[in-house]
Design a protein around this ligand. Structure first.
Ligand SMILES: *Cc1c(COP(=O)(O)O)cnc(C)c1O
Length: 331
């Protein structure tokens, strides 16, 4: 039986290796004649090639086990990192896993999709339903078959998942005092909002003074400021759950737009250069969809002097590297 830890309040299943390393990217700083740049290596969380979803899944799967659920169901894009990590977490926890992926079955299994299959996740192809519209129907069917499915939202971004990134803020603050570092800015890829909301709430709770700066990844997220509102609501809901007295406002959610290129998952020059620089200067692999885009944004801001060389910046590597293999021809 897997061991569920119940923290002060919330059930949790250990799935990764923490703390993840905090390193300095000296070659990149030098190349850009820019600020000191550090990196938080959540590509090294250890679960199924790592990534930020490990932190959220520790609480989500903990809650599922605690509630006596026997099946996990979630959805995403064909190359979803969240789905790959969920498939692996389900394997660890001894739960059945159903993944609802957008599009049609591709000709060859590669990257994350290949790993989903190795973990024996059951894949449901959703065609044009890209937002998980078909999940309720599958849940109904599973219940009818006598199963007890636990639905994880896209990207694992609900209050339970966000707890993982509140904890990440605590982890970082401990590392910062150990290493006597401080950061003016923490920058990362933001897409379903859980990472962002957790870092905002966690920064308040643990006294991180850095500007928590998300780089928006998905064009569709930008309509009418709806994404800022989603992150804000999630941060406030999390604050309530943790008895943080502060009420966040729109000003607390810093989101950089302008780097979404031709849309979600479409690789352009921005991502290509960032991936190539990090590999050739630091021996670190970024992913084509999230971290390549966010790092491209950071590099652009440094070149345009929107981030001064006096600053000290932390880039949060949120994982995603298995997707590189399915993009090899475009890179
Ligand atoms: C999911 C994901 C993100 C975005 O995190 P959210 O919490 O969904 O905003 C960033 N990078 C990678 C590699 C991801 O898989």
């Amino acid at each position: 039986m897997v061991k569920i830890m119940t923290g002060p309040n919330f059930p949790k299943l250990d799935l990764g290796f923490f703390p993840t390393p905090l390193i300095e990217l000296k070659n990149l700083s030098k190349y850009l004649s820019g600020p000191r740049i550090f990196m938080k290596r959540d590509d090294m969380t250890g679960l199924a090639f790592g990534g930020n979803k490990t932190r959220k899944l520790e609480y989500l799967v903990g809650e599922a086990l605690f509630g006596g659920y026997d099946t996990l169901i979630t959805g995403g894009a064909e190359q979803s990192n969240h789905c790959r990590q969920t498939a692996a977490a389900a394997a660890v926890a001894g739960l059945e896993c159903h993944l609802v992926l957008s599009g049609e079955p591709p000709d060859n299994l590669t990257g994350n999709l290949f790993l989903d299959m190795l973990c024996k996740a059951q894949i449901h192809w959703a065609g044009d339903f890209r937002k998980g519209e078909s999940i309720p129907g599958i849940v109904k069917k599973l219940c009818f078959e006598g199963k007890k499915p636990y639905t994880i939202p896209y990207g694992g971004s609900n209050v339970t998942g966000v707890l993982g990134f509140v904890e990440a803020a605590k982890e970082l603050s401990t590392q910062m005092s150990q290493k006597e570092l401080s950061f003016d800015r923490i920058i990362f890829a933001s897409s379903s909002g859980g990472t962002h909301a957790g870092l905002v709430a966690g920064a308040e709770l643990y006294g991180l003074n850095a500007e928590i700066t998300g780089v928006s990844i998905d064009k569709e997220n930008l309509e009418e400021g709806s994404f800022v509102k989603l992150i804000l609501d999630l941060a406030n809901e999390t604050a309530l759950r943790l008895n943080i007295s502060k009420v966040f406002s729109g000003n607390d959610i810093i989101l950089k737009n302008g780097y979404t290129g031709d849309g979600y998952g479409v690789v352009g020059e921005l991502e290509k250069e960032a991936i190539s620089l990090l590999a050739s200067l630091e021996g670190i692999f970024l992913d084509p969809v999230y971290t390549g885009r966010a790092m491209g944004g950071l590099i652009d801001m440094i070149r345009k002097n929107k981030i001064s060389e006096k600053e000290s910046v932390l880039f949060w590597h949120t994982g995603g590297t298995p997707a590189l293999f399915s993009y090899a021809e475009e890179l």
